[in-house]
Design a protein around this ligand. Structure first.
Ligand SMILES: NC(=O)c1ccc[n+]([C@@H]2O[C@H](COP(=O)([O-])OP(=O)(O)OC[C@H]3O[C@@H](n4cnc5c(N)ncnc54)[C@H](O)[C@@H]3O)[C@@H](O)[C@H]2O)c1
Length: 246
């Protein structure tokens, strides 16, 4: 029970990686704060978390809207009086080649994947600085290195790296550790939108030559949130089947 009575907020936890992470924290005794814009799926996740016997709070909030983010973190403090872990997971794609990308596609992705991550990190940092402890895990992507048809997504995920390193430096003296994970292709709804031919192209340069399962990524999320990772901050850890090697 690694996270017994620890309060863990996972954004975008109605499905995919966020849902898997929330369930994994719940199994380890965590008090889980679920967040998403999709109320229906969020309710389903809440039921699954409650089945495990974990305490849980669900907040429908758009992470790209500051007032909604601040309202969510205020509720967490009112209800539980603490926040131990933030997993900044909510993310979207709106793919298109540069010459065809609309202003809306660009702004939506930057708003959710970068500005939303900042808003949540900022709210969490205020709570964690005062507490003198905390863990923030931001989900970047292998697309941060550049990816055809994803100029908006790639820019947002590279931005998450700069944000992570700056936050790690600023918050280290307060014992708040901030890291990012850079996943390769992970088997979720987001990946199911990728056509089979395109997926084969993605897999070709990956040494393990397969997609990852959400559970495999969540093992790393839980490790970074745990006491075992107490000397790790400001890192961007690839979880991508060996796709990118430092
Ligand atoms: N699946 C992959 O291959 C992959 C690879 C690299 C990085 N990632 C990143 O991992 C994270 C999770 O991805 P996933 O595959 O589970 O995606 P997903 O689409 O299955 O789930 C994302 C969840 O975030 C929610 N969400 C979207 N916008 C939101 C907002 N503004 N506020 C709150 N919730 C919002 C969605 O409703 C959804 O439930 C994302 O940041 C994604 O960019 C995924």
């Amino acid at each position: 029970m690694e996270f017994k009575d620890k309060v863990v907020l996972v954004t975008g936890s109605a499905q995919g990686i966020g849902k898997t992470a929330a369930i994994a924290f719940a199994r380890e005794g965590g008090i889980v704060v679920l967040n998403d814009v999709n109320k229906e799926l969020l309710n389903e996740t809440e039921r699954e978390v409650e089945k495990i016997g974990a305490k849980c709070l669900s907040v429908v909030a758009n992470t790209a809207v500051l007032s909604e983010v601040e309202g969510m973190f205020n509720r967490v403090v009112e209800q539980f009086g603490r926040l131990d872990v933030l997993v900044n997971n909510a993310g979207i794609t709106r793919n298109g080649f540069i010459h065809k990308m609309t202003e809306q596609q660009w702004r939506q992705v930057i708003d959710v994947n970068l500005t939303g991550v900042f808003f949540c990190l900022q709210s969490a940092a205020k709570i964690m600085r005062n507490a003198g402890r905390g863990r923030i895990i931001n989900i970047s992507s292998a697309a941060r290195f550049g990816n055809m048809g994803q100029v908006n997504y790639s820019a947002s995920k590279a931005g998450v790296v700069g944000l992570t390193r700056t936050a790690a430096r600023e918050l280290a003296s307060k014992n708040v550790l901030v890291n990012a994970i850079s996943p390769g292709p992970i088997n979720t709804e987001m990946l199911q939108a990728v056509p089979e031919k395109a997926l084969q192209k993605i897999l070709a340069p990956i040494p393990l030559n397969r997609v990852g399962e959400p559970e495999e990524l969540c093992n790393l999320i839980l490790f970074l949130a745990s006491e075992k990772a107490s000397y790790i901050t400001g890192q961007v850890i690839n979880c991508d089947g060996g796709w990118f090697m430092a």
